[in-house]
Write a protein that binds this ligand. Structure first.
Ligand code: 13P
Ligand code: ZN
Length: 276
């Protein structure tokens, strides 16, 4: 069967990265059944032939109006689809959508009429903001990382400052590679517009990763690999925290001075970079 990826090596590289990350999510135990979703803004790879592809679905409403997304194209994991299947067959377990001129609806254009993830309002609201704020971020990842979700069951850690401080203090790399961690969204119904709005507020506050209470995380990044890396380093810290607790003690954590030194020496960003 003909695929939109045929003869488009740059687009294929992006979709291959999505498939690679989907495999990691499954291997890590973060993607039970259909858990988690991925969307990637692929508009930069869209040529005239793609622009003229007919819709292979009805027009579908997003549920929100997103002015910066007019004419954009996204690869989206399909709702109900498994990451472990997507890892092998990305175009059977996801699809490419075109946002229509009203900025409130979309159609599927390739390869198969796979209905996008139920978390589409969240993902697209983030993409709309990321474009509007001038970043070159193209990827949004939602997953269910075990240790971070476990921490979200504790009222102590439903405080962005506190959970970020504890996670950064577990190992220097987390501070270095997740310098824009970790916002919190109190529990909301999965796939709701309320959840999308609350997540967007946190991303606007310059958090690259947001913890959804008793559910999972959303991370954004320049590409899907970098969005995954942020969750991976944060969850590594959560795992170290839990290992120490399992050994019967509260981990000491790096001192505030040691963390400040890393921030200064590595000139770690405090806000998301903007395209030049
Ligand atoms: P989808 O299968 O619709 O992507 O949903 C998975 C999920 O994790 C919802 O929060
Ligand atoms: Zn979920």
């Amino acid at each position: 069967m003909k695929s939109i990826l045929d003869g488009r090596p740059a687009l294929k590289i992006e979709i291959d990265k999505v498939a690679e990350v989907a495999g990691y999510l499954w291997q890590k135990g973060w993607a039970e059944r259909n858990g988690g979703n991925i969307t990637v803004n692929i508009s930069e790879y869209v040529d005239d032939e793609i622009k003229s592809l007919p819709a292979i679905s009805e027009v579908k409403q997003i549920g929100v109006t997103l002015p910066n997304l007019r004419g954009c194209y996204f690869y989206c994991k399909g709702t109900g689809k498994r990451m472990r299947d997507l890892a092998r067959w990305p175009m059977e377990n996801g699809s490419v959508i075109r946002i229509l001129d009203d900025c409130a609806s979309y159609v599927i254009i390739a390869d198969n009429p796979v209905l996008p993830t139920s978390e589409l309002p969240s993902h697209l609201s983030l993409h709309d903001y990321l474009i509007g704020s001038g970043t070159d971020y193209k990827a949004s990842l939602h997953t269910h990382p075990i240790e971070l979700v476990a921490m979200s069951h504790s009222p102590r850690f439903l405080n962005a400052k506190e959970i970020t401080r504890v996670l950064w203090s577990m190992i220097p790399e987390t501070l270095a590679f997740a310098p824009l961690a970790l916002g919190i969204v109190p529990y909301e119904m999965p796939s709701s517009v309320k959840l999308a709005d609350a997540t967007l507020e946190q991303v606007k506050n310059n958090y690259d990763c947001v913890l959804w209470e008793k559910h999972g995380v959303v991370a954004v990044g320049p590409d899907i690999m970098q969005a995954f890396d942020v969750v991976d380093v944060l969850n590594k810290s959560a795992n170290i925290y839990m290992c120490a607790k399992n050994m019967g003690f509260e981990p000491e954590g790096m001192t505030d001075e040691a963390m400040k030194e890393i921030q200064d020496v590595f000139c770690l960003p405090k806000v998301r970079p903007i395209k030049k």
